[in-house]
Write a protein that binds this ligand. Structure first.
Ligand code: PLP
Length: 285
């Protein structure tokens, strides 16, 4: 029965599509999410996703009891989601976790809201191999990212900046858009992290004030450092890209997309970008 359906959603470990209209995730974006690739039944970078979620729950002040509840629901639901993914005739699936603080009592005050909502869904995912191979053009977004060290790095549910930025362009010409913070520093794509290469050195923006600390970004930094190549984490404006030899964006679902055009800059798919794609393929993350 389950294997004939194309997607599965579990809420607090029970198959369902319904949450309360009093849920604080809906009312205030009071929660976090993760999007995980499942490749041939293997959830990629699972430990990184679990760690980022746990850090986020702590940062948002979820109680230890609530965190224990979240982890118990996740453990049960992930197992069911993986089994569902294996039964689908799709080598690649996407699993999404949404964790909210649950139903609120009244107003912003979160005291008493200690029964989190844990939503786990899984559906087939088609990898865009053409974009990975040929690269993408990237739009120059106007919408800025606010600077806030209390929220930076987290994959929290307040994503209005990305929604506004993504509405700045339509159609197929651009696959991604680049976002700066309110001080004009390069931060990331609307749904991805940003890297560039200049004279053999790999750079990525500092995310201590804005942006999401991507799991794939972490994998890339770690993987390069294991072979003695340190990624430089920098606070720089758009001119840094104009001087770059290679540029790419990445996230846990799309993998690594070489950037071939941004504003009046054009790049070929570079050798370091290709090397990072290869490392990723080999690690199957
Ligand atoms: C705004 C933003 N930045 C970065 C990322 C990359 O995160 P990850 O590598 O964990 O997918 C995402 C992923 O959706 C994102 O939406």
């Amino acid at each position: 029965m389950l294997s004939r359906m194309k997607s599965l959603t579990l809420i607090n470990s029970v198959e369902s599509d319904l949450i309360s209209c009093k849920d604080r995730g809906l009312a205030y974006g009071d929660g976090l999410f993760e999007t995980i690739k499942i490749l041939k039944g293997n959830p990629c970078l699972l430990a990184y996703h679990q760690e980022r979620l746990r850090q986020g729950l702590n940062r948002l002040g979820f109680s230890q009891q609530a965190i224990t509840t979240v982890e118990a629901h996740l453990t049960a639901s992930i197992e069911a989601a993986i089994q569902f993914a294996i039964n689908l005739d799709s080598a690649c699936c996407v699993m999404k976790w949404i964790v909210t603080r649950g139903e609120g009592v009244r107003g912003y005050n979160s005291s008493g809201a200690d029964h989190p909502t844990v939503i786990v869904s899984v559906a087939p995912y088609v990898t865009d191999l053409a974009k990975q191979k040929q690269g993408v053009r990237v739009f120059d977004c106007n919408t800025p990212l606010a600077r806030n060290p209390f929220l930076s790095g987290l994959k929290h549910l307040n994503r209005l900046e990305q929604v506004l930025a993504r509405s700045e362009w339509d159609g197929e010409e651009y696959a991604e858009g680049l976002m700066l913070d309110t001080a004009g520093n390069l931060i990331e794509g609307t749904m991805s992290n940003l890297f560039w290469v200049n004279a053999g050195v790999v750079y990525t923006p500092d995310l201590s004030q804005s942006g999401i600390e991507g799991t794939l970004r972490r994998f890339i930094i770690q993987s390069l450092s294991e072979t003695g190549q340190t990624v430089q984490i920098v606070t720089l404006g758009i001119n840094a890209l104009k001087e770059a030899d290679e540029v790419f964006v990445c996230n846990s679902l799309i993998g690594v997309w070489p950037v071939v055009q941004f504003l009046d800059c054009h790049w070929d798919v570079g050798s370091i970008t290709l090397d990072i794609q290869k490392r990723l393929d080999e690690a199957e993350v």
